[in-house]
Every structure is written in C-alpha cells, then in structure tokens.
Design a protein around this ligand. Structure first.
Ligand code: FAD
Length: 509
C-alpha cells in the first residue's frame, strides 16, 4: 500500500467542467477517492455550450451513460457536422462533416482522387461523397455504423444538448457514485506555507473544506489557478480577435437540423444549435469592429424563431493558462483557457483534460516531471485546436475590414507550414495526438477555397474512365443510402423524445 496516495479531491465549480470531472473521477477512481464538489448558486454557471464533437460519446461511455436517456434528459439532438456559410465568400457554404469521406484506394486517401477529378472536371462537390454531409443536408438521421454491403463507414455523430441539463444529469450520476456536493460561495483560500499548495477553501458561511488535490472548474475567473496562484495567461487575441458573444435562445421554427450552423457575419459569426425544445443562437464578434448593440441587432435580425429570453453578452479572452496544472491545482474548462466555439471544442477539452489527469494522476509528492508532462500535452492540444480555428478565419476572401485583417495577419508557424504543405502538394498530415484528423483539415482547407497546386501522383494510376466510374459509384452509394434513412425529428421521436417542454419567453433553461 502506497501511503502517499491522494485521498481527498476537491472540485471547485459545478458547471459542465465540474460535473464532468466529478462523474468521470467517481466512475473510474471513486473507490480510492473521497470527492467533494463546491458550487455557488449565487454565482451560477456561464450557461452556454451546447454543441459537441463525436468524442463525447467516449466520455459518456466511460461514465456509463445510456445514450437515449441522456438525450431525453438534455433535450438533445444528433449532430453530423458544422455548416460554414459565407466563410470563404458571401453566398457560399461548405460543411465540416464528421467521419470519413469516400473510400481510400491503393494506399492513398479518397480525397486525392477527388482532387484529380475536380481538376479534370469529373468530380462533384466534396459533400456529395460524404455520407455524413449527405444525410445532414437531407435532415435525416439513424445510427448506422457501416453502409451495408460496402467498405464505407457509416455515420459518425455527436450531439447538441442543453448544457445546464447535462450538468444536472451528470450530477445525479456523480452523487450516486458517492460525490459529496456543497452549495456555497468560496470566500478565502488557505495555502501551505512550505509547499505553497492550496490546503483548504473557506466558504462565506465560515465552513472550511480541505483537500489534497484541487480541481479548479470555477469558470473564467480561475478562482484557484489564477486569482490565488497567479499562474498567468497566454493571450491569443492577435490571432483570434473576437472577444464577445451575444446569445439568445429561440423557439424552434421547424424540425431540428442534424448539424450546427456557423454563418459568417461582418465582424464575426453566428451560431444556430437546434435542440428538441429550443434553438441556441449566438453571435461571436470582435468589439474593435462592432458595438454590442450592433452585434445584438445582427443576431436578432437573423433568428429563425421568436426569442425566448433577453439577449445577453458574454465577454471572453481567447488563450490559455500558462500552466493548466500548477502545484496541487488542476484547472479544467473555462478556468484553463478559452477557444471560441467555432468547432465546438471546449467540452472536448474538458474531457481531454480529465482523461489526461487520470493518466497522470499524482500522489502527494506531486512530482514536477509528471505535472510538466501533463501541461505539455494539454498545451499541445490547445495550440493545435487554436490553429484549426485560425485557419477558418485566415483563409477567407471576404471584403469587410475585420475579414481583411484576419486574411492579412501573421499566423502561427505550425499553421503556416500546414497551409504551405497543402498548397504545394495537396497533402495534410495529422501530427501526434492532435484532435482534428486529415479529412477535417481537408474539408476546411478546400471549403475555404484553397486549391492545391497538385495531388498525390498515385491518383494518376486510374485511367480517366476508371476515375470517373470510381467517383460516380461512391456518390451513388452515398446518395441512395442517405435517402433511406428516417427524418432526424422522426428518429428522435421514436427513440429519445424529451419530456422537456419548450421554454417560456423570458426563461433560461
Ligand atoms: P462555468 O459554467 O462558468 O462554471 C463555473 C462554476 O464555478 C459554477 O458552478 C460557479 O458557481 C462556480 N464558482 C465560481 N466561483 C465560485 C466561488 N467563489 N465559490 C463557489 N463556486 C464558484 N463549449 C462547447 O463545447 N460547445 C459549445 O457550443 C460552446 N459554446 C460556447 C459559447 C460561448 C459564448 C461560450 C462563452 C462558451 C461556449 N462553450 C462551448 C464553452 C462551454 O460553455 C464551457 O466549456 C463549459 O460550459 C464549461 O464551463 P465551466 O464549467 O468551466 O464554467
């Protein structure tokens, strides 16, 4: 028995990050740990964050969530990708759809044949070869792991859900696993004079909660990691200048789309996230170019259904904490950094931080090499996702001053090298554990109208007739199988309809 094992874990914050951490740690290490979560009703949560990527299914599996029960509890819908409208030029649209596209052949990816086909005028738009995009554009959905009788992957999906309800759902799981919850506002933090580690937190009512490992999920304020430990923050606004979002829920105007919409606006972009009982809407914008009133007006002018609440503005600063783990404090969620929700990556970064924390789980010695390795890995994840998001802004052909600035700005070397490689060779490679795989990069690079100078030479092995036939076959398989699936709304009604009623005007759910 190792007597330097950590026993007492304190999670500060009960937003998505806090309850995800509580549910995952209690499901995996609950027998060894005593876990306490502190949340403040007076402070509340950020109250946004509704779109995810497919890896969330791994997290839900880890904590033992039944998918249909989760969708019923959170008013959730299925998500097959993100549509980017007007991001290259006004009037254009492309999709970053999840999952593979087409079928690789003779060692090279499908898209190399598509690049050649496009050059020779025998290829249709990329989305017609993507099962996910074809199903999404038709408003359909079913759980299809493979396209029957073919070598082609089926549907890869994530979810849209009500984040507040997700946190409550996770709370039930965590409490059933033995997590203790304390409601109250932390007013003071005490540190060990010798180690500098956080020893306890005191609540406004005078009670004191001590622990060995503290997980800071206190949101943008970073109560422990920043306010107490002054860890520092790397500011990335030079590359991602948007610094505010105005958000408003609306009633649904029709059946829910099985994808997120991201629509470029004059100095930012608008999201639409369809849930079963309402639609989440927001406008991410740059305050150097647009006032809050103008940004709100643009959002309100572009809603599909009536608003259910007053619009509210959320300021943010894009970047990340210099160290996500400092001493005996590990920051997760908004306390660790912020990347705008363009590719729905924040909840994923929470999940990723939790998974890495479990794999680097410390003892009371808090070996600095372990902490440093965790920080390196988390920073790598943040930086690569940051690059992917910058890519959308940088490769635009729009006319407004904000977009010109994004086009002309210097970008990180890591991204510049990736763009140059693609421009010259049509190749893109996933490096180390970076989140977005090649086909994701490819969809955005081509969707933003970057046409590479060439493609892989092996794509020339097929004759022109063979190439034409190969592309046509994939397209036919994709289209015919997509057309067979039920409407997204019907699938939800049959499998996971939520009892959650549409919110009344003025309410926030
Ligand atoms: P919060 O929700 O802010 O929770 C902080 C918790 O700490 C609360 O419980 C609070 O009460 C507690 N707390 C704070 N101070 C104290 C104190 N002194 N004492 C006690 N308790 C305290 N992510 C996605 O993955 N997809 C999206 O589509 C998406 N959209 C977003 C849109 C916008 C505009 C923004 C700003 C974020 C978006 N995100 C999205 C990010 C997502 O909202 C967050 O990652 C997620 O909600 C996690 O938040 P959190 O738990 O870190 O912080």
């Amino acid at each position: 028995m190792n007597d330097s094992r950590i026993r007492d874990v304190v999670i500060v914050g009960g937003g998505t990050a806090g309850w995800m951490a509580a549910a995952a740690l209690s499901a995996t290490m609950g027998e060894q740990l005593s876990i306490r979560l502190i949340e403040s009703d007076a402070i509340g949560t950020v109250g946004v964050g509704e779109a995810t990527i497919p890896a969330i299914r791994l997290f839900n599996g880890l904590v033992g969530i039944d998918e249909n029960a989760f969708l019923r509890a959170t008013g959730g819908t299925f998500k097959l990708g993100i549509e980017f409208a007007g991001w290259g030029r006004e009037g254009e649209s492309y999709m970053h759809a999840f999952g593979q596209i087409g079928q690789s052949l003779d060692l090279i990816e499908f898209w190399q044949y598509w690049l050649r086909g496009r050059k020779e005028g025998v290829a249709e738009p990329l989305g017609q070869y993507s099962f996910n995009e074809s199903v999404a554009r038709e408003g359909r959905f079913a759980r299809v792991p493979r396209i029957p009788n073919t070598e082609l992957d089926g549907i890869s999906y994530a979810f849209h859900f009500d984040a507040g309800r997700y946190a409550r759902f996770l709370r039930e799981i965590a409490e059933a696993n033995g997590v203790a919850r304390t409601e109250g506002t932390i007013a003071a933090v005490t540190r060990n004079a010798e180690s500098g580690h956080v020893g306890s937190v005191s609540l406004a009512d005078g009670s004191v909660i001590s622990g060995e490992l503290f997980i800071d999920c206190s949101g943008f304020r970073g109560l422990l990691i920043e306010q107490e430990l002054a860890t520092g923050y790397d500011d990335w606004t030079a590359w991602l200048p948007c610094d505010r979002a105005v958000a408003v829920p609306t009633a649904n105007a029709g059946p829910p789309r099985p994808y997120t919409q991201s629509i470029a606006r004059q100095a930012g972009w608008q999201w639409r996230i369809p849930l079963q009982h309402r639609t989440g809407n927001g406008h991410v914008f740059c305050s150097d170019y647009l006032s809050e009133d103008e940004a709100t007006r643009i959002l309100l002018d572009n809603l599909e259904g009536p608003p259910l609440a007053e619009p509210r503005t959320i300021p943010f600063k894009t970047g990340m904490r210099r160290k996500a783990w400092n001493g005996n404090v590990v920051a997760l969620g908004l306390a660790s950094g912020f990347l705008e929700p363009l590719e729905s990556t924040s909840i994923h970064l929470i999940q990723n931080g939790i998974a890495k924390l479990i794999s680097h789980f410390p003892d009371r010695g808090f070996h600095p090499a372990n902490t440093a390795a965790y920080n390196r890995r988390v920073a790598y994840d943040y930086e690569r996702i940051r690059d992917f998001i910058i890519l959308h802004y940088h490769l635009n052909q729009r006319d407004e001053p904000f977009w010109r600035r994004c086009r002309e700005m210097a970008i990180p070397d890591t991204l510049r090298e990736k763009i140059e490689l693609f421009r010259a060779t049509g190749r893109v490679f996933r490096e180390q554990e970076e989140l977005f795989v090649e086909i994701g990069w490819f969809q955005v690079l081509t969707g933003q109208n970057l046409v590479p100078e060439t493609y892989h030479p092996l794509a020339d092995v097929l004759s022109r007739e063979e190439l034409t036939q190969f592309l046509a076959d994939i397209r036919t398989i994709v289209a015919s199988n997509a057309a067979r699936l039920p409407a997204h709304g019907d699938f939800i009604a049959q499998t996971c309809a939520s009892p959650v009623q549409p919110a009344a005007a003025g309410a926030r759910s």
